[in-house]
Ligand binder design. Structure first.
Ligand SMILES: [Zn+2]
Length: 425
């Protein structure tokens, strides 16, 4: 297809011929017979966005779940309203997600029964590690006598007895398309090759996947030698690693293990939610890519301000200080644990505004173009923004406004077309 009158990020106006790859880009390209033509009307045309860390099945499931945590729901009365209004899915269950204690304290079956006494209801904690079920749900899975209805996600009864809701991946693909997303990296551990094949088939976007080199750490089981061995084993098999670091302790141990094991250039650190000052230089020396989620500053910032000592706020979700030190940084939403919209994550990276209007880590604010660029890398090189040039993949995001306006608002409603491999999706 031919896209005419595109404004590139550098301000040039060009026509772009795009198929599997971009084949032509010039101030004027004549259409071929019967070639489909899209007039960008001077709107910005960018490489399609890539969300570098999402959980596709869970994100699709969340589309037909009710959100019961911040930022959508923040108080007990809001929780009651949301759960009262929720419609059961085709399986007869209500599925609620994203709960956090800041909303209405530690949840038990009795609170859920008070709101929904008869419809089976399951509420997932924001951590993903815990489900809380009401009595109707507990009775269905043979746990009628369960004391409080709080079940670990790993509880075998949950997986066996709860009807598996087929996540609507086509609906998820449409959401991504509306946001200008042309590629995603699934960060779910233990995805099998069947899962990956079905995801690739169901989504029009390009799908890649971090398993089998993905590792989640736990503070009470940190072991430098074990982690070093695990990294070395992966590298021997030609597999880069992606290590999930949320706490400072996890990051420090990971850095030590990477130093000892040596590195693959495609290794990455997921989240890096807390980065102590000393670790910034060490990350830069390692040259390892950090894949972070600035959206959590907006979504959870007020909570961090309460729960984390003030002198550690500067360590939270760093972006600009990492870049200044030379660390390659890419961004992602971690949907469904974070909101699915990469544009909201870019705005959070620019303003660092929390919901209540505080600025968390003002020294970490980015310029809009830098925030956008964190979503322009490829799956393999997340921190290296793609450029529109012949030979580059035919994955584009077309906006209704020129680049300067787009950078001023960074709003998803500017996306007018999303192109994957030369086809509007
Ligand atoms: Zn994740």
């Amino acid at each position: 297809m031919l896209i005419r009158r595109a404004t590139l990020l550098d301000g040039r106006v060009a026509d772009i011929r795009v198929g599997d790859v971009i084949t032509d880009i010039a101030s004027s390209v004549a259409p071929l017979p019967r070639e489909s033509v899209l007039d960008a009307q001077s709107g910005a045309v960018l490489p399609g966005l890539h969300d570098h860390h999402v959980h596709l099945h869970a994100a699709a499931a969340a589309l037909d779940s009710v959100a019961v945590g911040p930022p959508a729901v923040r108080t007990g009365p809001e929780f009651t309203r949301a759960v009262t209004a929720a419609e059961p899915g085709g399986d007869g269950w209500i599925r609620a997600v994203g709960y956090h204690e800041s909303v209405a304290g530690e949840l038990h079956r009795a609170q859920l029964d008070a709101v929904r006494p008869t419809t089976p209801l399951r509420v997932q904690h924001r951590s993903g590690a815990l489900w809380i079920l009401n009595s109707a749900a507990l009775a269905r899975i043979g746990y009628a006598d369960h004391p409080d209805g709080r079940l670990a996600s790993s509880d075998p009864r949950l997986a066996e007895a709860i009807p598996r809701r087929e996540p609507d991946l086509a609906a998820l693909a449409r959401r991504f398309a509306a946001l200008g997303v042309t590629g995603v990296t699934d960060a779910t551990p233990d995805l099998g090759s069947d899962d990956i094949a079905s995801l690739t088939k169901a989504l029009k976007q390009r799908v890649s996947c971090l398993a089998p080199g993905k590792k989640i750490l736990h503070d009470d089981r940190l072991d430098v030698d074990g982690l070093t061995q695990w990294i070395a084993d992966r590298h021997r098999g030609g597999i880069p690693v992606a290590i999930h670091c949320v706490t400072a302790a996890q990051l420090v141990v990971t850095i030590a293990a990477l130093k000892a094991a040596g590195q693959d250039p495609l290794d990455r650190i997921e989240h890096a939610a807390m980065v102590p000052d000393d670790s910034v230089c060490e990350l830069a020396e390692l040259g390892i890519t950090v894949v972070t989620q600035p959206n959590f500053v907006a979504e959870r910032g007020d909570r961090y301000r309460q729960d984390i000592p003030a002198d550690e706020h500067g360590q939270l979700w760093r972006v600009a200080s990492l870049m200044r030190a030379g660390v390659p940084v890419a961004a992602s939403t971690d949907a469904p644990f974070g909101a699915l919209d990469p544009w909201a994550a870019m705005r959070a990276a620019v303003t660092r505004d929390t919901h209540d209007g505080h600025v968390l880590g003002p020294q970490e604010c980015l310029e809009p173009l830098a925030a956008l660029s964190m979503f322009l890398g490829s799956a393999v090189r997340p921190a290296q923004p793609r450029r529109l040039a012949p030979g580059q993949p035919g994955d584009l995001c077309v906006l209704s406004v020129p680049p300067a306006d787009a950078l001023r608002t960074l709003a998803s409603d500017m996306v007018s077309a999303t192109v994957v491999a030369g086809v509007v999706i």
